[in-house]
Design a protein around this ligand. Sequence first.
Ligand SMILES: *[C@@H]1O[C@H](CO)[C@@H](O)[C@H](O)[C@H]1NC(C)=O
Ligand SMILES: *[C@@H]1O[C@H](CO)[C@@H](O)[C@H](O)[C@H]1NC(C)=O
Ligand SMILES: *[C@@H]1O[C@H](CO)[C@@H](O)[C@H](O)[C@H]1NC(C)=O
Ligand SMILES: *[C@@H]1O[C@H](CO)[C@@H](O)[C@H](O)[C@H]1NC(C)=O
Ligand SMILES: *[C@@H]1O[C@H](CO)[C@@H](O)[C@H](O)[C@H]1NC(C)=O
Ligand SMILES: *[C@@H]1O[C@H](CO)[C@@H](O)[C@H](O)[C@H]1NC(C)=O
Ligand SMILES: *[C@@H]1O[C@H](CO)[C@@H](O)[C@H](O)[C@H]1NC(C)=O
Ligand SMILES: *[C@@H]1O[C@H](CO)[C@@H](O)[C@H](O)[C@H]1NC(C)=O
Ligand SMILES: [Zn+2]
Length: 315
Amino acid sequence: MKCLVVAVLAVCALVPSVRCASDAIAWCYHLPTCNDTTWPIIAPKYCNGTRQSPINIVSASATANSNLTAFTFVNYSSTSALIKMENTGKTVKVALASGIRVSGGDLPEAYDSLQFHLHWGNGASVPGSEHTVDGKRYPMELHIVNSKSSYNGNTTQAIADSDGLAALGFFIEVMSGNETGQPASWKTLTSYLSNITNGGESVSMAPGISLDDLLAGVDRTSYYRYRGSLTTPACNEAVVWTVFKESIKVSKDLIDLFSTTVHVSNSSSPLMVNVFRNIQPAQPVTTQTERATSSASRTCYSLGLMAMSYVLGRH
Ligand SMILES: *[C@@H]1O[C@H](CO)[C@@H](O)[C@H](O)[C@H]1NC(C)=O
Ligand SMILES: *[C@@H]1O[C@H](CO)[C@@H](O)[C@H](O)[C@H]1NC(C)=O
Ligand SMILES: *[C@@H]1O[C@H](CO)[C@@H](O)[C@H](O)[C@H]1NC(C)=O
Ligand SMILES: *[C@@H]1O[C@H](CO)[C@@H](O)[C@H](O)[C@H]1NC(C)=O
Ligand SMILES: *[C@@H]1O[C@H](CO)[C@@H](O)[C@H](O)[C@H]1NC(C)=O
Ligand SMILES: *[C@@H]1O[C@H](CO)[C@@H](O)[C@H](O)[C@H]1NC(C)=O
Ligand SMILES: *[C@@H]1O[C@H](CO)[C@@H](O)[C@H](O)[C@H]1NC(C)=O
Ligand SMILES: *[C@@H]1O[C@H](CO)[C@@H](O)[C@H](O)[C@H]1NC(C)=O
Ligand SMILES: [Zn+2]
């Protein structure tokens, strides 16, 4: 969620104010003086709040909500939607063209998809997703940041609204087998990393890959939902979170590129590794999947039925 902070800082630079000064806090992931354990102290207004993200999702505790229907994705198939990739010094962010939207999925209105960015650990073997599920941390997590269309891209208004933003979280896992450079969409995406090795650098992206291409293979009707926050200062509690159950599969060599290519600032500064916030206190989580009707009937399941439901897929 870091790029919104950048947007806020840009607004602050134009319109200095007391409120903006407190948002312009120097935070980081990699130094004891500014890493995430310090955020509740250096940015207490929201980072010390009560609906903070990310969280560990306990799948067995997610309650069913039949309102969590499918999403409608507008222009996610556009191959000219990804316009610029930037090294913000905290993440790798891709700015999206206007006219990319998401609605449905029990969101209160349509949201504009503004950007996506990534969180990672240190190579495929040191996981760095922000959310965890039943304690499992995935190698990476992609966040698509969406702002209520009625705010017309004004993120100052969006972060002041308890559901002004909708974040779509996708886990990224290593593809089984020993393929390299797969899938092609991710090979193209990661090819731009060598153009933004230093903090503050950006590169224009040529038409070619779409959001659908990057999200290929993920069932986007199966997800968890909770109300949380930005995962970077100022940690505004303005986010409706959707965390998809299935992961994007990317070959190990491409995952490893994130932690071996981009630096926090110049080429003598540290590589960007472990760019994720630690788990925050639990929140109520819902899911659109109907569970076995009642706890009474669940306890009556025979082992045979449980084995069958396992074969048919997790519920
Ligand atoms: C984060 O900072 C705290 C002190 O503020 C320190 O104890 C901890 O080791 C740091 N963690 C990392 C991963 O650097
Ligand atoms: C954070 O909030 C807790 C209670 O909600 C409070 O006790 C604590 O002093 C706060 N810390 C900071 C740094 O504001
Ligand atoms: C589903 O939506 C309806 C209409 O907005 C609402 O009354 C109901 O409480 C919702 N159900 C859940 C489980 O949130
Ligand atoms: C989808 O994008 C195209 C151009 O990229 C634009 O002309 C069109 O209006 C967009 N669709 C919507 C519904 O915004
Ligand atoms: C965004 O909205 C705020 C609050 O309504 C307003 O003060 C500000 O001028 C708007 N920013 C832009 C860039 O329109
Ligand atoms: C890995 O690739 C080699 C050839 O490059 C192949 O012989 C081997 O079977 C592959 N292993 C797996 C687990 O796919
Ligand atoms: C990105 O860097 C490569 C060399 O690593 C260079 O060939 C290419 O022109 C650069 N692309 C852009 C768009 O700057
Ligand atoms: C790189 O950045 C560091 C601060 O992060 C600075 O001290 C150093 O002088 C810079 N080196 C170069 C070659 O610019
Ligand atoms: Zn994020």
